[in-house]
Design a protein around this ligand. Structure first.
Ligand SMILES: CC(C)(COP(=O)(O)OP(=O)(O)OC[C@H]1O[C@@H](n2cnc3c(N)ncnc32)[C@H](O)[C@@H]1OP(=O)(O)O)[C@@H](O)C(=O)NCCC(=O)NCCS
Length: 192
């Protein structure tokens, strides 16, 4: 089964979610280097070289017809500024029509509903364009803001993954939330 292709950009009222480009290294690195960015993320310190290498992989993936991972830039329409990132990962097996989504916004863009707008756009694209069946998201148990975003999006809590990840010399536990296509249709006011 070939992977469905996400058509980009995805647009919302205030945002444009588009493919990353080489020129995005500086803004991406600017918020990733901020310790607040990864406070609740089990990732290593974000050096410029690491972010550049990741961006290189993302740019190569953009032309892969078997592409399963979309790491995208989020642009504020009115200023043209990149203020965040969005992720959609298909799989693990395509026949199950599942994906994981995620979001992050720059420190100075927090608290304006952008993550919720990104998450809503990803859900719409996943169930609309990609015709997926279930979309899930995870956050560390300490990430109250991201958990709240999942709740605002109408995703349903499925459980707690206890110490399922080891990073930065400690164990991480996560909340997992998901939405089914029937729930998305209902939320959008269409019959299930
Ligand atoms: C988590 C994050 C994405 C939130 O982005 P944001 O644009 O500020 O999110 P939104 O404004 O859409 O919504 C956040 C909500 O959480 C609330 N909130 C903030 N801090 C909170 C906390 N500690 N506990 C509970 N709720 C919290 C906000 O008040 C807001 O709710 P409201 O709209 O009802 O007032 C952002 O802080 C971020 O990028 N963090 C670093 C990366 C990250 O952790 N990404 C998530 C990976 S799972």
């Amino acid at each position: 089964m070939s992977a469905p292709t996400l058509r980009l950009p995805v647009e919302t009222q205030r945002l444009v979610i588009r493919e990353l480009a080489e020129k995005d290294l500086e803004p991406l690195y600017a918020w990733r280097r901020n310790p607040a960015y990864r406070r609740h993320l089990p990732m290593p310190r974000q050096t410029r070289a690491a972010v550049e290498a990741e961006l290189g992989t993302v740019l190569r993936d953009q032309t892969d017809y078997r592409r399963l991972r979309y790491l995208l830039g989020v642009i504020e329409r009115k200023s043209g500024r990149m203020l965040g990132e969005a992720i959609l990962k298909l799989g693990p097996a395509l026949r199950h029509r599942q994906a994981e989504i995620g979001w992050a916004v720059a420190e100075d863009a927090k608290g304006h509903g952008y993550a919720t707008e990104i998450g809503g756009a990803l859900l719409d694209a996943a169930f609309g364009q990609l015709r997926l069946h279930r979309v899930f998201a995870m956050c560390s148990t300490e990430n109250g803001a991201s958990r709240h975003v999942m709740e605002k999006l109408g995703m349903r809590e499925e459980g707690l993954l206890r110490e399922h990840f080891r990073a930065r010399e400690r164990w991480w536990s996560s909340h997992i939330y998901a939405m089914l296509d029937s729930e998305h249709r209902k939320r959008k006011g269409r019959s299930a």
